[in-house]
Design a protein around this ligand. Structure first.
Ligand SMILES: [Fe+2]
Length: 163
């Protein structure tokens, strides 16, 4: 067996992810669809050490709080808003974790390191489209519940099964 098989997957620096998300958002030919049940997601590109997903959000649609792979094989990410507006909620770690809220307009990019727990929602009254780059490619997300007792892991969602 080659020792290279034991190496972890390549990871791109967050600055590179940010640049790729902005580049793909501006230059890929994107055909989002909007679905009433939940946000729509489609992988649009797989490149060296990363992959890109297109997401489409009707008003009110969003994610639970989640990380990008938990302790096993986490991915960092960059999210570029292509059109519309999204709101990102990021957990601030600590004994009493709180949520930081950030509005992202079209053209803005948010970077998420591989330990961050966050969620996104379209709180506007118009559809929104976003381009997400993950490195390494996203295999799993762990969802969380946040209440007055703190942050508690909830479900594991896996690529190819749950989205
Ligand atoms: Fe995420």
């Amino acid at each position: 067996m080659s020792s290279s098989l034991l190496l972890p997957p390549a990871s791109l620096a967050t600055e590179r992810l940010e640049a790729l998300a902005a580049f793909y958002a501006a230059n890929l030919s994107l055909s989002p669809r909007f679905t009433k049940g939940s946000r729509w997601a489609r992988r649009v590109l797989a490149g060296p050490g990363h992959e890109a997903w297109l997401l489409a959000w009707l008003p009110g649609q969003g994610t639970d709080l989640h990380d990008h792979g938990g302790a096993g094989r986490p991915s960092a990410a960059a999210v570029a808003v292509v059109s519309g507006e999204l709101t990102e909620f990021t957990v601030q770690p600590g004994d009493f974790p709180g949520l930081q809220r950030k509005r992202l307009a079209a053209g803005e990019v948010s970077v998420v390191d591989d330990r961050t727990v966050h969620g996104m929602r379209n709180l506007s009254d118009a559809p929104a489209v976003s381009l997400h780059v993950y490195s390494p490619g996203l295999e799993a997300m762990r969802t969380y519940l946040l209440d007055e007792t703190g942050l508690a892991p909830s479900k594991i969602l896996r690529a190819g099964e749950d989205w």
